[in-house]
Design a protein around this ligand. Structure first.
Ligand code: ZN
Length: 186
């Protein structure tokens, strides 16, 4: 089932997500919905908070990108970045911020520990596009969005678009959770 995506100003995107203790039927259903929602958008990564679930769970599939056709889709549960190397700037976007793009500097390679869809412990080293998408999605689990990492000048460039997102003045080609009409209320 395609589920609506939470947008920029939604507080669920700002929460510290909680770790999973296992994969049950509810999580399996969530994973199925997340893949369907990501492919529909289309996107190359999606974190559970983006569909309103504050859980440390994300999916990635970059096989639609040239030279990455053989990279298998990943289910990443309770990820931890053990180590990182180098730095690289790359343009990012986000399904929760339709129409917004900006250059983000992140480590070029990471060592990651996580649990897979069977809740088996895994570790691996990632670089290039996969390292990039994984770090972007892991940020979501910590309540962080890529615009938080923009240089001040670049952030100013997208501020108008961010304001528009917060006020619900945007269009997306996929279902979204309506932006609250009560911005500013506690
Ligand atoms: Zn995102």
């Amino acid at each position: 089932m395609i589920v609506p995506i939470n947008i920029y100003s939604d507080e669920v995107l700002r929460r510290q997500a909680v770790s999973l203790e296992g994969v049950d039927a509810d999580i399996e259903e969530l994973l199925g919905n997340m893949f369907e929602t990501m492919y529909n958008a289309p996107g190359i990564g999606l974190a559970a908070p983006q569909v309103g679930r504050s859980l440390r769970l994300l999916i990635v599939d970059i096989s639609c990108i040239r030279e990455y056709e053989n990279v298998k889709p990943m289910v990443v549960i309770n990820p931890g970045i053990l180590d990182s190397r180098g730095y690289r700037a790359m343009e990012e976007g986000c399904l929760s911020l339709p129409g917004v793009q900006g250059d983000v500097v992140r480590p070029a390679a990471i060592n990651l520990s996580w649990r897979d869809e069977h809740f088996e412990e895994r570790t691996g080293e990632f670089s290039g596009m996969l390292a990039r998408v994984l770090q972007h999605e892991i940020d979501h689990l910590d309540g962080r969005l890529f615009v938080d990492r923009l240089q001040r000048r670049d952030r100013r460039k997208v501020q108008k678009e961010l304001d528009a997102l917060a006020e619900g003045r945007f269009s997306a080609s996929y279902p979204v959770v309506p932006t609250s009409l009560h911005i500013g209320q506690v």
